[in-house]
Ligand binder design. Structure first.
Ligand SMILES: Nc1ncnc2c1ncn2[C@@H]1O[C@H](COP(=O)(O)OP(=O)(O)O)[C@@H](O)[C@H]1O
Ligand SMILES: [Mg+2]
Length: 320
C-alpha cells in the first residue's frame, strides 16, 4: 500500500492553565490516525474537542507535548513538507483594505511564483472559488462566505496535494455551505487529500469518505459515516390518513401525532404488520412506511453525552 497522506501517532498536547500555570489541561490525548491518499476526511467534534489544536500542531504553529506526525511521508518538523500542503485557519484574518487579488498576490509571492505566473494563477483560482468578478473588491466588502472562499483560494493557490481546512463551513448560510462543499468535491475529483474539521454533521455526511469523532481530546470512533453508525433499524415510521370522522385504531390512539392533516406514528419493527392490519380495518390510507436508522447525529450525541459525565482532564506539571 502507498504511504498514507497523513499519519498521526500518539499526538498529545497539554496547555498550562490556572493563575500560576502549575496545572496542565490535556487538550489532545494520544491521537493516532491515518488518512489515505485521495480521501476526504472529516474531523468531527463539539467545541473544545481539540480539533483546532490538532490542526495547529500539524501546521507546526504549536508544538506537541508528545507524539509525532507525518504528511506524505515527511515529518511535520520538516520545513519542506509545509510547501506541499495548504491550510485554511479557523478564523482567517485578512487585512480589510486589500483586494482579493492583492491578498492572493501576497501569498503567491511567499510561494515564490514569478509575476506573470502570479497574475495567471490568481485569476484562475479566484474563478475556481467563484470570485472571478470580485478580484478588485476590497475584502471589507466581502460576505462571510466570500471571505471563506478567498481563504480556500489562498490555501490551494500553490496546488498542494494535501489540504487542511479548519471549520470551512462554520458561520455560512446553506448557500455558502453548498459552495464550499462543491469546492471540496472538485478538489477530491482532482485526487487531492482533504482533512477538514467541522461540527456540522450533515456536511460531513455528504462529503466524507471517512470521519473521526474527537471528544474531550480523545478519538472516539473512526470510519465511513454509514459504517460507524449502526445500520440497525430501531423503529418503523408510518405516515397515514384516516377517512373523515374515523377514530384511530387503539394501538395508535396514544402514540400517533397529527401533522398537517395526516398522522405519523413510530412502531417497533415487529409490530409493523399488526398495526398495518388495524389501519386497513379502519380504512386508513397508508402514505409511507420508512425504516428509521440512527444518523451520524445520533451517534455523535451518544459519544458527547458519554464524555460529559467524565471530569476534565488535568495533569500535574511533573507529568509533562
Ligand atoms: N492557547 C491555549 N491555552 C490554553 N488552553 C487552550 C488553548 N487553546 C485551546 N485550549 C483548550 O484546548 C481545548 C481544545 O480547544 P480547540 O482545539 O480549540 O477545540 P476545537 O477546535 O475542537 O473547538 C479547549 O478546552 C480549549 O479551551
Ligand atoms: Mg476549533
Amino acid at each position: 500500500m502507498s504511504t498514507p497522506a497523513i499519519e498521526i501517532e500518539g499526538l498529545t498536547k497539554d496547555y498550562p492553565v490556572g493563575f500560576w500555570r502549575q496545572r496542565m489541561h490535556r487538550s489532545l490525548d494520544h491521537l493516532t490516525l491515518q488518512v489515505q491518499d485521495g480521501e476526504v476526511f472529516g474531523f468531527l467534534g463539539p467545541n473544545g474537542a481539540g480539533k483546532t489544536t490538532t490542526l495547529k500542531v500539524l501546521m507546526s504553529i504549536i508544538f506537541p507535548t508528545s507524539g509525532s506526525a507525518r504528511v506524505r511521508g515527511k515529518s511535520i518538523d520538516d520545513v519542506s513538507m509545509h510547501r506541499e500542503i495548504g491550510y485554511l485557519p479557523e478564523q482567517p484574518y485578512f487585512y480589510d483594505y486589500l483586494t482579493a487579488r492583492e491578498l492572493l498576490d501576497y501569498y503567491a509571492r511567499l510561494f515564490g511564483f514569478a509575476a506573470s505566473e502570479r497574475r495567471e494563477r490568481i485569476i484562475r483560482f479566484l474563478e475556481r472559488v467563484g470570485l472571478g468578478g470580485a478580484a478588485d473588491v476590497q475584502l471589507r466588502k466581502f460576505s462571510k462566505g466570500m471571505l471563506q472562499r478567498v481563504g480556500i483560494a489562498q490555501a490551494i493557490l500553490h496546488d498542494p496535494q494535501v489540504i487542511f481546512l479548519d471549520e470551512p463551513m462554520s458561520g455560512l448560510d446553506p448557500v455558502g455551505r453548498r459552495e464550499v462543499r462543491d469546492i471540496i468535491h472538485d478538489l477530491k475529483r482532482e485526487g487531492r487529500t482533504i482533512f477538514f474539521s467541522t461540527h456540522i454533521l450533515s456536511d460531513a455526511e455528504m462529503l466524507c469518505d471517512r470521519v473521526g469523532v474527537l471528544v474531550g481530546g480523545k478519538l472516539q470512533g473512526v470510519g465511513a459515516p454509514r459504517e460507524i453508525v449502526s445500520m440497525e433499524v430501531y423503529a418503523m415510521e408510518i405516515l397515514f390518513e384516516t377517512p373523515e370522522g374515523h377514530p384511530l385504531p387503539n394501538s395508535l390512539a396514544k402514540s400517533a401525532t397529527q401533522v398537517g392533516g395526516r398522522y405519523r406514528a413510530e412502531v417497533p419493527e415487529d409490530q409493523l404488520y399488526p398495526v398495518l392490519d388495524e389501519l386497513r380495518r379502519c380504512e386508513a390510507r397508508i402514505l409511507s412506511v420508512t425504516p428509521l436508522r440512527p444518523t451520524l447525529e445520533d451517534y455523535f450525541f451518544k459519544l458527547v453525552a458519554r464524555d460529559k459525565s467524565a471530569p476534565p482532564q488535568l495533569v500535574e506539571v511533573g507529568a509533562r
